[in-house]
Design a protein around this ligand. Structure first.
Ligand SMILES: Nc1ncnc2c1ncn2[C@@H]1O[C@H](COP(=O)(O)OP(=O)(O)OP(=O)(O)O)[C@@H](O)[C@H]1O
Length: 270
């Protein structure tokens, strides 16, 4: 792979759940060192897109490449190897409640590699140090605040030194200080590890501080993209409505449904 090959590249991806089309002509790319945000209304298909990228779902058409190789043509073994290179932090990044902080981070290392206890200890402490929680190694998850728990989940997500990080709503439920700490960590870790990150988030101010590029989704399509500056100054009606949290605009309040009167059994009114 040449250094200029994107880590993740999607071209013209279409995806349906059964008969229902959800994603339509999605094209995007993430390179090393880049943080890309995926924003858009609820149900626009952001989480589904992360599942396609991580190989948990397969598209009906179009191409998804990881380091230049088509994901759908991977063997089972290649797909497992790819997943090992993807760190994931999801909404409530659940820790194993009956394992200490240390053992939570050691878990993926023990699962994937035969390492000496001394090496595991060094690696776990390095990851905890990176998120500022080396001093919490011996605590149990119930002894952590919500913000600390999210940082431990982040340390676990980077345990295997991933090439790509996928974050799905990593700020949800955090107080403003913890939220800012997690945002800074996402940026610092991305720079330090040279990863490429995709961040699904509704938090516009915090994410615009750390991302390089934003893709806006609406009803399964990318309807706007740009750098944070371009997004903030965009006159595109979708982007404008979303960024300025306006209730009226092209992002509809109502999900498409049969006529209201027909649904209530009243028949069509003249
Ligand atoms: N397994 C499934 N089978 C059928 N439909 C699904 C399935 N999973 C999700 N959907 C539908 O796909 C649409 C997109 O869901 P998705 O979770 O990707 O949206 P999202 O943009 O991440 O939303 P949110 O911001 O609310 O998390 C929704 O209408 C959802 O109901």
């Amino acid at each position: 792979m040449s250094t200029s090959t994107p880590l993740i590249e999607l071209a013209n991806v279409h995806f349906s759940y059964g008969e229902t089309p959800l994603l339509d002509s999605i094209s995007m790319s993430v390179s090393r060192g880049e943080i890309v945000a995926l924003m858009g209304g609820s149900g626009s298909g952001k989480t589904t897109l992360l599942k396609l990228i991580s190989g948990q779902l397969s598209q009906q058409s179009g191409s998804i490449k990881f380091q230049g190789e088509e994901v759908t043509s991977q063997t089972h073994k290649q797909r497992l190897a790819m997943r090992k290179q993807m760190g994931m932090l999801f909404q409530f990044g659940a820790l194993f409640t009956d394992l200490s902080v240390f053992e939570n981070i050691a878990f993926p290392l023990r699962e994937h590699f035969q390492l000496s206890e001394q090496t595991i200890r060094d690696l776990v402490l390095m990851k905890l140090h990176a998120v500022g929680l080396r001093g919490a190694a011996n605590l149990m998850p119930h002894e952590l605040s919500g913000g600390m728990a999210r940082r431990v989940a982040l340390a676990r997500a980077i345990a295997l030194d991933p090439l790509v990080m996928l974050y799905d709503e990593p700020f949800t439920g955090l107080d403003p200080i913890s939220l800012s700490i997690i945002a800074d960590l996402i940026k610092e870790l991305n720079d330090a590890l040279g990863t490429g990150s995709i961040l699904v988030t509704h938090n516009i101010p915090e994410s615009l501080k750390i991302v390089d590029k934003v893709y806006f989704m609406s009803s399964g399509k990318i309807v706007g993209q740009g750098t944070p500056d371009e997004i903030l100054n965009s006159t595109d009606p979708y982007v404008h409505q979303f960024i300025h949290a306006e209730p009226d605009g092209p992002v509809a309040f109502h999900k498409p449904a049969p006529s209201y009167t027909a649904d209530l059994g009243l028949g069509e009114q003249p």
